[in-house]
Design a protein around this ligand. Sequence first.
Ligand code: NAD
Ligand code: IPM
Ligand code: MN
Length: 361
Amino acid sequence: MAYQITLIPGDGIGPEVIKEAVRVLETVGDTFGHQFDFEEVLVGGCAYDATGEPLPRESLDSCQKSDAVLLGAVGGEKWDGLPGHQRPEAALLGLRKGLGLYANLRPAILHESLKNACPLRSDIVGEGIDICIVRELMGGIYFGEKGRRTNNDDMGEEAFDVEAYSVGEVERIGRLAFEMALKRDRKVTSVDKANVLESSRLWRSVMIEIAKDYPEVTLEHMYVDNAAMQLIRNPRQFDVLVTTNMFGDILSDEASMITGSIGMLPSASLGEGKFGMYEPIHGSAPDIAGQDKANPIATILSAAMMLRISFDLENEAKEIEEAVTRVLEGGYRTPDIMSDGCKLVGTAEMGNLIIQAMSFE
Ligand code: NAD
Ligand code: IPM
Ligand code: MN
C-alpha cells in the first residue's frame, strides 16, 4: 500500500531530526513492503526567507492532500522581530487550524533505562511513568482575539490575548480524553484554573457532563498551579491529563523532563478521521542546531505514532518503539540524555543505531 507523507523539516534542528525519522520510515517501508511517498515543503522561517510568507499556500495544500504530515520544528531568533502573523510560529498555528487538528496527544513515558536521566528521585519514579497528556490545540488563548489599545489612564499602551472556549470545543477534546482513558488506567485529570477563569469554569462543567457517559472512568479536577507541582511530587498519580492549549504546552515541556529530556517526547496532532500531523514537542533548539547534537528520538517516535494512528500499522510502529528501547538499553545516548557509563553519540549515529536495532523477523 502507498502512503503520501508531507514532510516539514522547518528550521534549526528540524531538518536534522526529520532526516533520521525519514531514514527509519524508509527502512520500515523496504522491510514491510509499504510505499511511503514523501513530499517536502517549506514552512516556518525557511519559508518566510524563500517566499515572504511562513506558510505558503502550496505547503498547506500539500498537507491537505497527504495522508499524514511529519514536522520537525520551526522558529529562531532570526525571525523573532517579525510581526506576529509573519512569524514561523504563526505558520504552525495556521497549519493546526487549517488542518482541523484540535487534539494533541503527548505521551510522556519514562524508559526503564533512562531512569538516570530523569531528575526525580528513584522512590518518586517507582515502577515507572506513563502519562498521556491530551492538549487542546485549536482554541483558547492561542486563537482568541488579540490586539493592542490605549486606555484613558497613565499606564501606556496595552496588549491583550483572549482565552475563550466554547462548549463544543471542550466537549470534543474531553471525549477524546475519556476514550483514551478507557484504553488505559481509566483515570482522567482535567487541569484548569477554575478558581479564577470563567473559561475554566465552563471547561470544568463540560468535563463533569462528559464523565456521566463514562462511569468506568474516574474524573479528577486539578488547578494548573497544583498540577505543575504534582507532576514533580508524584507523577505516577496521572494517567490521562487533559487541558487547554496553553496549559498543555507548558505542562508537557515539564513532563518531558521527567522522561529524561524534551528530545524524547513525540506528539500526534489529530482532528476527525485518520489524518494527523506528527511533531516532536520540542522546538528548533537554535543553541545546538547544525552540530549533530540533537536527539532525534522524539521525531522518530512521532513517526511511529503516525504509522499506528494514521496508517493502522501497529506492528511497524512497535518495531520502531522497540528499536528505540533496545538502543537506549545498549547505553547509547545523545548529549541531552547522557549519563555516567553511557556511550555518547550524535544525531545521525542515533538514527543509524535505531535502524540497525530494528529486528524484522
Ligand atoms: P526548544 O525546545 O527549541 O529548546 C529548549 C532547550 O531544549 C534548548 O536548550 C534545546 O537545545 C533543548 N532541546 C530541544 N530539543 C532538543 C532535542 N531534540 N535534543 C536535544 N536537546 C533539545 O525551545 P526554545 O529554545 O524555547 O525555542 C526555540 C525556538 O523554537 C523558538 O523560535 C520557538 O518559538 C520554537 N519552537 C518551535 C516549536 C515547534 O516547531 N513545534 C516548539 C517549541 C518551540
Ligand atoms: C509546541 C510549540 C508551539 C506551541 C509554538 C512554537 C507555537 O511550543 O508545539 O509546543 O506553543 O504550540
Ligand atoms: Mn511548546
